[in-house]
Design a protein around this ligand. Structure first.
Ligand SMILES: C[S@@+](CC[C@H](N)C(=O)[O-])C[C@H]1O[C@@H](n2cnc3c(N)ncnc32)[C@H](O)[C@@H]1O
Length: 227
């Protein structure tokens, strides 16, 4: 497949401190906050060619089902990308890790049967553009699987989230925002929203501004649902 790698800005996302923090935090969250089970649920039943945007250190890779032919994992941050390359070596399906951003995916149109976004749409600089790109690279009828944190139900928590987003949160957490309405953005990008569920992560214990999550599926409108 021809990749437009010569056009990719190599380090358009540079968060070395956050990357080191996330590399440790994410492994703990997978083990102790139930996130590994959410990753397995996110990816269950996928097949064919898959693109994962903002793959981080590659914690989804171990959960791809055997019916997946290959995964193209795009990650802009150098430290996390290097860790993703290591995770790819242990994956049971072929995973190719590429530099690039969700807003300018380095792949041709209509190449993939499915796209995966986990804990990344909170962080992309331009959410409508990222979703437009995901839509572009999915074949008609292709599926977007998402596991994202976002806007809390209820005005009090949402107001607190917005205040955090205007101040410290993006600075502390690598550009992350807590108050994005991911479901509304997915619909606005022209996807047909499928099944989804709201969940709190972690389910028990400390509630964080990033605890309200959605996990589900959407589809690029098109003729075929088959992979
Ligand atoms: C919270 S981490 C999540 C990583 C991974 N998806 C996971 O589920 O663990 C957010 C990721 O988004 C990446 N990221 C930041 N800006 C991005 C962009 N514009 N396009 C794609 N990924 C981006 C970060 O480098 C980081 O890997």
């Amino acid at each position: 497949m021809p990749l437009r790698s010569s056009k990719i800005p190599r380090d358009s996302v540079h968060h070395p401190l956050f990357a080191r923090f996330y590399a440790r935090f994410s492994v703990n969250a997978d083990r102790h906050a139930g996130v590994a089970a959410h990753r397995a649920e996110l990816l269950a039943g996928l097949s064919g060619r898959v693109i994962e945007v903002g793959a981080g250190n590659g914690l989804n890779f171990a959960h791809y089902p055997a019916a997946v032919a290959d995964v193209v994992a795009v990650e802009p941050e150098r430290t996390l990308r290097q860790l993703a390359v290591r995770s790819a070596m242990d994956a049971t399906v072929p995973v190719d890790v590429l530099p690039g951003t969700a807003e300018a995916l380095p792949v041709p149109d209509e190449t993939f049967d499915a796209a995966v976004a986990s804990l990344v749409l909170c962080t992309v600089r331009d959410l409508p553009q990222a979703l437009a790109e995901i839509r572009r690279v999915l074949r008609p009828g292709g599926e977007l699987r998402f596991f994202e944190h976002g806007l809390a139900p209820g005005p009090v928590r949402a107001t607190a989230q917005r205040a955090l987003d205007r101040t410290v949160w993006p600075l502390l957490f690598g550009g992350c925002h807590t108050a994005r309405d991911t479901l509304a953005a997915i619909r606005a990008a022209g996807f047909e929203l499928g099944t989804y569920r709201r969940l709190t992560v972690p389910e028990r214990g400390l509630r964080l501004p990033s605890s309200p999550c959605v996990l589900g599926r959407a589809r690029r409108p098109g003729p075929s649902a088959a992979a």
